[in-house]
Design a protein around this ligand. Structure first.
Ligand SMILES: [Zn+2]
Length: 294
């Protein structure tokens, strides 16, 4: 009937489908965006949330972070039908990986809601990964003692590669251990600042702060997924910030069918096979239905 049928057919026939998501997929869940009109940085001073401040003044950083975190990532946000549609495609279709610029953890939650349904066999088009969706230069690993997160394995079958980390976790800068953020935030609320790991190391939000680099292995993984993909879906991302900006181009150069779903025009549109200037919550559920309707 329309382009969506043809995209659904391409997805069904693909060996490796990769999705890249940006803030546009979480906006329908009410998660505020960092930039733009009424963005987070209109209400908070982004200069207070840098890696440099974390190193200089971890106690002050964490007190401010608590406020930001509670405003931003309250647990009231729920995955929406677009997150759920991707989780379905991961579970039942050939969606191998979701590369996300978001730190809200909603892909993970959407996948885990369905935890006990059809645990699928691992994918071969591999896995891995690494908030503030912004202006970091991504060439070298962060200089802290952090290690790569272990795979945020979820039952959906799709790996989730969190380019900018996950605000619902903290990481110890010494031993690299990761733990849920909420109990640590409660400690900060009780005056235990800066919060420390059992090993004595400082806890840091497990996100890429301003002044930190995206991790090299994460970037390599994202690029290799883009290269391996037969279908690459760019969803709710303005595709102007690296590495998101270049991943669809890498995919297109490698012969993938590239589809863009975004309300605004993107610089990648002219490289795409199909562009949907539409809401992600409208397109993705229809797409998942079509993929499954054979
Ligand atoms: Zn530690």
């Amino acid at each position: 009937m329309d382009d969506l049928d043809s995209l659904a057919r391409d997805i069904r026939e693909a060996a490796c489908v990769v999705a890249l998501t940006g803030s546009g997929i979480s906006a329908p869940s009410g998660v505020p965006t960092f930039r733009g009109a009424d963005g987070v940085w209109d209400h908070f001073d982004e200069g207070q949330f840098t890696y440099g401040r974390f190193q200089r003044d971890p106690a002050g950083f964490w007190r401010d972070r608590l406020e930001l975190q509670r405003a931003l990532f309250g647990s009231s946000y729920r995955p929406n039908v677009a997150h759920e549609a991707l989780a379905r495609l991961g579970r039942t279709g050939p969606l191998e990986a979701i590369i996300t610029q978001n730190t809200d953890g909603l892909h993970d939650r959407a996948a885990n809601v369905q935890n006990d349904v059809n645990r699928s066999v691992d994918n071969d088009c591999d896995r891995e990964y690494s908030e503030d969706g912004g202006r970091t230069n991504q060439t070298e690993p962060a200089e802290s003692g952090e290690t790569e997160p272990t795979d945020p394995q979820n039952a959906s079958g799709a790996s989730i590669l969190e380019l900018h980390g996950n605000a619902h976790r903290v990481v110890c800068v010494d031993c690299g251990s990761r733990t849920p953020a909420e109990p640590v935030l409660d400690r900060v609320d009780d005056g235990d600042v800066p919060p420390r790991c059992d090993c004595g190391g400082l806890y840091k939000p497990d996100v890429v702060l301003f002044g930190q680099q995206l991790s090299k292995p994460t970037l390599q993984r994202a690029r290799s997924l883009a290269r391996e993909s037969d279908v690459f879906l760019a969803i709710g991302s303005s595709l102007v910030v690296e590495p998101a900006a270049s991943l669809p181009r890498v995919a297109a150069r490698s012969g993938a069918t590239v589809a863009v779903v975004n309300l605004e025009e993107t610089p990648v549109d002219r490289h795409a096979s199909t562009v949907y200037r539409a809401d992600v919550t409208e397109i993705l559920p229809r797409l998942a239905d079509l993929v499954e309707s054979v």
